[in-house]
Design a protein around this ligand. Structure first.
Ligand code: ZN
Length: 78
């Protein structure tokens, strides 16, 4: 069992099956090694949450669309 937290607001994802999980968004930063200031900063997101892939990908997770937007805006503005 791994603890998943929103990379934008720090909210923890509730454990176990829940209807709220479909609001969570998972993705990964394709250029995690490059500075945040890079204009080529590229982030990919999955269409749906998948608990199995979270184990494969050391990615980024958000509790909502709003948090994802916040993260992306911060990345571009940095
Ligand atoms: Zn959040």
């Amino acid at each position: 069992m791994i603890q998943i937290t929103c990379d934008s607001c720090g909210k923890q994802k509730p454990a176990g099956p829940s209807t709220s999980t479909d609001k969570w968004i998972m993705g990964w930063d394709l250029e995690g090694d490059t500075p945040r200031s890079s204009i080529n900063h590229t982030v990919r997101f999955l269409d749906r949450w998948d608990d199995r892939r979270i184990l494969e990908l050391v990615g980024i997770q958000f509790c909502s669309e709003r948090c994802r937007e916040k993260y992306l805006n911060r990345s571009r503005a940095a």
